[in-house]
Structure formats: C-alpha cells, structure tokens
Design a protein around this ligand. Structure first.
Ligand SMILES: [Zn+2]
Length: 392
C-alpha cells in the first residue's frame, strides 16, 4: 500500500485533506473535510491516514509506504506494540512493515485544545459531567466536541451523519462548545470482515490526529469498566481502548480512554449532573421512533435508562425528551424482566434498587415470583384487570 502526500485545499466553505492510496484493491482517494472556521486545527502531517489505513493494510497483508511527515512516537508504536495488540484481537490480521518518507520528532508544546466525540448519549454526557461541569483543571476541560463520519452511521451513511449532527446542534449550543462536523470516506477502506465495532478506535483517532495542530488531548468514552478490559479475540475493540489509545498518541496528541471507573448505573446517574442532558439526552435505538420525542421510551435502551432514572428519583427531569406515558405503560413488564434477568447490566439495576430500598411494583414482583403467564382468553382478561389495578 502506498499513501501519497497530503493535499489540503478549500472547496466552498469546507477545508479538504486528501491522500491518494494505491493498494492491491486499486487506486482510491482517502479524504476528510471540515468547516473552514476550523482550518487552524488541521495538521498537514500524514499521521491521520496512516492510523486510518493500518488495519485495512494488516487485513490484506500489505506493507505501507507513506509520503509526507509522520510523528516519531507513532511510528515507534505502530511498528511493534500496536500491531501485536491488534493481532491478538483479530488473529487474521498480518504484521506489516511501515516505511515513512520522513519521521519528525515533535518539538513544540502540546496544543491547548481538549476534544471528545459527542453523540448526546450517556457516555458523552458522563464525560461532560466530569470534564465540563466539574471543577477540573483547564488541561482536561473539554474545549471542542467532535462528530465524525467514519462508519458509525451504518447504511444511513452521509445522510444519517448529517441528520444526526443537525439533531445534536441544539445540545452543543446549550453546552456553549464548538461542535465540529468531520466528514470522511474512511469507511470505504474497510471490508465487511472489518466491521465498525472491531475497528472504531483507530477510525476515530485518525480524526483526532488530523486535528492535532490545535487539539492536544483526545478523550474517548469507554464502553467498559476497568475489570472488563482485556486483550484477546473479541467482536469489540472497545475492550482494549485503555491500552490501545495511548499507543495511538503522539508527543502532541494525548489520546486516552475515560469513564471506565463507572458502572452503567453510575454513569447514568452521573449524567443527571449535566443539566443539558435533561432536555437533550439522545439514546434511543428505535429506528422507527414515531413518539414525537427524541427517545421512543419503549426500546431496550430507553427502558434500561428510564428504569435507572426512576429508581434514582430523576425521571421527571427527563419529561421533555422521553415519552413518560409510553414508559409508564411498559414499566411493570420491564421491572418483571429486570427481576428475572441474568444480564449483568440489568442485575446491577436490581441491586441499585435494593440498595435504595426501592419498592418494585407489586404486579412485577408477583409475576416474577410465580412465573405467571396468561394462557387462556379469560385469564388474559383477569391479567389485564390485575395490571390495571397495579397501575392505579
Ligand atoms: Zn428508544
């Protein structure tokens, strides 16, 4: 694989960064674009395409010849440690050699920008509760929110990327932070065998490296707690973020994982401390949400979050972004599910309820205890009546 010298130019109000990529699959251009107002953040180094294309090159077993300037620390980590880690996670990947045209030790100070991705979900607002609302040193206070198109929008692609960004702009405005929209065709370099979940960290870090002229710290939301971190074959690269991110850093971009100290319940409760989340929390996974609210309030993710908020006594704070009537119609059945579940994330909610002496609805407890299921029409009628009384 040959990666050409970066070409940076203006197209309308966008600044574009592109490199020509020659590989066994043919010639293709890898590009990124962002608004001209952010031009001063853009690095002219070749670090971003190198990180973006490392896994595709390892998948096809092609050595990388890269033009332009690459950071010394990145080359050091990419040539050995990071490939070892990636191979342990995806054993089919092959070791490759990297031949940079020019390696540059970073002499300048780390830039002051502190960035994190923003999706409006629990992980995003948890980072903001800790690094925007808290009394924290400026070195770790968020200055920029990023929204990337590097594969997370699935088949919705660029259309969904733009729609989601537009939906999150009011939340970023409330937070008073610049919200950068970074478009890219990175995803087109990844085959179906290299799905987003197995590769997301490198795709997103490539964007942070693209902005390392002004961004000196990049916080990546953890999906897992410290006790769950491991290196080994898995479907999710997220399990190794705490280890891989420092290996993807340069002397001027410090990339690291944040939030592993919290359980899912603790994160949800931490989010309540970010007041913008009360109106703007956006977690729903229901693609057919027609509730008229940001969140359908009845999908598995909405129910899990709302149950935690209810037990914690915070439900009413979220009445503008959740359909609480729809939730109330489902909550008794959901609490029954919780009581019988072996899922660690749901068991944690039950434990939290016990710790708070939260009284589960009588109907949920009865149904759970006796494993009662309606069988006949008449028993269904009795059941509905019982449920109605329980609601009252
Ligand atoms: Zn939902």
């Amino acid at each position: 694989m040959r990666i050409g010298k970066p070409d940076i130019y203006q197209e309308g109000n966008q600044i574009k960064y592109r490199v020509l990529v020659e590989s066994s699959s043919g010639n293709e251009t890898l590009w990124y674009s962002l608004h001209e107002a952010c031009a001063d953040l853009l690095s002219n180094k070749s670090d971003a395409p190198l990180i973006a294309l490392l896994m595709p090159a390892m998948a096809s077993g092609e050595d990388i010849y890269i033009s332009g300037v690459v950071s010394e620390r990145l080359i050091y980590n990419l040539s050995g440690p990071i490939q070892n880690v990636l191979q342990r996670i995806i054993p089919s990947l092959q070791r490759v050699n990297i031949y940079p045209e020019e390696v540059c030790p970073d002499q300048r100070n780390r830039p002051p920008g502190v960035a994190t991705g923003f999706s409006g979900g629990i992980d995003s607002f948890c980072i903001l509760a800790d690094h925007h609302h808290s009394d924290i040193t400026d070195q770790f206070r968020i200055t920029h929110l990023l929204f990337n198109n590097v594969g997370s929008h699935g088949s919705g692609g660029e259309r969904l990327f733009k729609e989601r960004y537009k939906r999150l702009v009011p939340a970023a405005n409330l937070l008073g932070l610049p919200f950068l929209m970074i478009n890219s065709n990175v995803d087109s370099f990844y085959s179906k065998q290299l799905g987003y979940k197995q590769t997301h960290t490198l795709r997103n870090v490539s964007v942070a490296l693209l902005l390392q002229e002004g961004i000196g710290r990049y916080m990546y939301a953890s999906a897992y707690g410290y006790s769950e971190i491991f290196i080994g074959p898995t479907y999710s690269l997220g399990y190794s973020d705490a280890i891989t991110l420092p290996l993807l850093s340069t002397d001027t971009l410090d990339a690291f994982s944040v939030g592993s100290e919290y359980s899912r319940v603790e994160k949800t409760l931490r989010v309540v401390e970010a007041p913008e989340s009360h109106r703007m929390l956006d977690i729903c996974v229901n693609v057919n949400n027609a509730s008229g609210f940001t969140n359908c309030s009845t999908c598995w993710k909405c129910l899990r979050t709302l149950a935690t908020l209810e037990i914690g006594g915070h439900l009413e704070h979220y009445s503008s972004c959740f359909d609480l009537d729809a939730y109330k119609g489902k909550r008794i059945d959901y609490f029954t599910t919780l009581l019988g579940s072996h899922d660690p994330l749901l068991k944690e909610i039950v434990q939290y309820a016990k710790d708070r002496n939260y009284p589960f609805p009588v109907y949920s407890r009865v149904k759970h205890t006796f494993r009662i299921e309606p069988i006949t029409r008449s028993s269904k009628r009795v059941w509905r009546k019982l449920k109605h009384l329980a609601h009252k």
